[in-house]
Design a protein. Structure first.
Length: 157
């Protein structure tokens, strides 16, 4: 029993600097996400949605927020409507890499907490309390580029 306690003590002592490094990185990423959110009103947006009168099985709405100067995608919000509540999936990006994936559920009586995944600059997960998002980040960036380039082509005519 004593050996077990000693092993646990060594584990926590040796792993705490790594945890402290992750905590510092997580705080920096959350600060970056906060800064991106503050810019949101000044960003250009590209919205994909189908107007419908339906209240059930409503197609998801996607809004891409990007820098008008650099054409860099910074935020993608996908809202999926359900019968009485909605789920919002938000991808925050920096240099075309996801730094945070956030899942929020609005309108449910049990009001589940926000769920998130925080990534470092190499795409490695630093912290998470949910599984990986259904749509990969590379697909998100490709979808934005495809839609944006298609609209640019139409603007010539």
């Amino acid at each position: 029993m004593k050996n077990c306690i000693l092993l646990l003590a060594f584990y926590f002592l040796l792993s705490s600097p790594c945890f402290a490094d992750n905590l510092t990185a997580i705080k920096a990423i959350n600060k970056k996400v906060s800064d991106i959110e503050k810019l949101k009103g000044g960003l250009s947006s590209l919205e994909l949605k189908l107007d419908t009168e339906a209240t059930e099985a409503v197609p998801p709405e996607m809004v891409f927020y990007y820098s008008p100067e650099s054409m860099e995608l910074l935020i993608l919000q996908v809202t999926v409507g359900h019968e009485v509540f909605s789920t919002r999936h938000t991808y925050y990006l920096n240099n075309n890499r996801v730094i945070k994936y956030l899942k929020e559920i609005d309108g449910r009586s049990d009001s589940p907490p926000k769920s998130a995944i925080i990534y470092n600059d190499k795409g490695v997960v630093l912290w998470k309390n949910i599984t990986e998002p259904v749509v990969s980040v590379s697909d998100v960036v490709s979808l934005f580029k495809f839609n944006f380039n298609t609209l640019k082509q139409f603007s010539k005519y």
